[in-house]
Design a binder for this molecule. Structure first.
Ligand code: 13P
Length: 263
């Protein structure tokens, strides 16, 4: 698999930052990473819905992209509590995250729902970040590859090759995420990334499939970020807790950029 021409680094702030927290975080991150050319780094932040409008205004003219943590699959309708792509477009959001582990396993979303959301997000002009990953039980049964392939094949069922050009995938094993998570060993993560990349090539052809960035997420921290980014099939990192202070996030960015450049 060839290396992509950019490194992908981003954070999902989950349900932690208020509007004020988000804006302060983004301003500092922008200042700290100003010197890094946007041709080299795809830097993104995915805050809570309430902070999206202010977040987009804060990073205007910078390279930081803003994403939403979820999206409804219709433009409008009787869907109390959902946010439509029209509303996200109105704000000027760049990307939409779909199928985060907490959406799947805490809120009970299914592969079929992720498919509708992925199709709608891409059809509405957003970059779609589809998150996939096996549970610990599935890993112990030895069916991780099958689970990842199933999540990709259902989640991307109605996506065509042209739409796939705006698709990113995050491999986030459920057992690796959050305060009780155990980070995946870099070799295990790389092996799963290879399975994901092979499946994307099967679905969209080698040319398009191998250009889809595949990011690793799940307890990324200053101790394992460099090891992960050295692996040939890992195109970027999707970070939670370790990136929620702009200075800490910047330290990780500075540590992995040169390794990726050596690539
Ligand atoms: P942690 O890095 O806190 O495990 O979270 C990862 C994640 O869920 C990113 O979406």
């Amino acid at each position: 698999m060839r290396r992509l021409d950019k490194l992908y680094l981003g954070t999902n702030t989950k349900m932690y930052k208020t509007i004020a927290d988000t804006c302060a975080f983004l301003s500092r991150l922008e200042e700290l990473t100003e010197d890094i050319p946007k041709e080299e780094l795809e830097l993104f932040v995915i805050p809570s819905y309430t902070a999206l409008d202010a977040a987009v205004r804060t990073v205007k003219d910078s390279k930081i992209k803003i994403g939403s943590q979820n999206m409804g699959w219709e433009d409008e309708g009787q869907f109390t509590g959902e946010i439509s792509p029209v509303m996200l477009n109105e704000i000027g959001v760049d990307l939409v995250m779909i199928g985060h582990s907490e959406r799947r396993h805490v809120m009970g979303e299914t592969d079929q729902e992720e498919e509708r959301k992925a199709a709608k997000a891409l059809g509405s002009g957003f970059t779609a970040l589809l998150c996939i990953g096996e549970t610990l039980e599935e890993k112990n049964y030895g069916i991780s590859d099958e689970v990842l392939r199933t999540q990709l094949k259902i989640g991307l069922h109605s996506i065509d090759g042209a739409q796939a050009r705006k698709l990113w995938v995050a491999y986030e094993p459920v057992w690796a995420i959050g305060v009780n998570g155990i980070p995946a060993d870099e070799h295990y993560a790389d092996e799963k990334h290879w399975v994901i990349k092979k499946t994307l090539c099967e679905l969209f052809g080698d040319e398009t499939g191998s250009d889809i960035p595949v990011l690793y997420g799940g307890s990324v921290n200053p101790g394992n970020a460099e090891l992960l980014i050295r692996m040939p099939n890992i195109d970027g990192l999707f970070i939670g807790r370790s990136a929620w202070e702009a200075d800490h996030f910047n330290q990780i960015i500075r540590a992995v950029m040169p390794i990726w450049k050596e690539g």
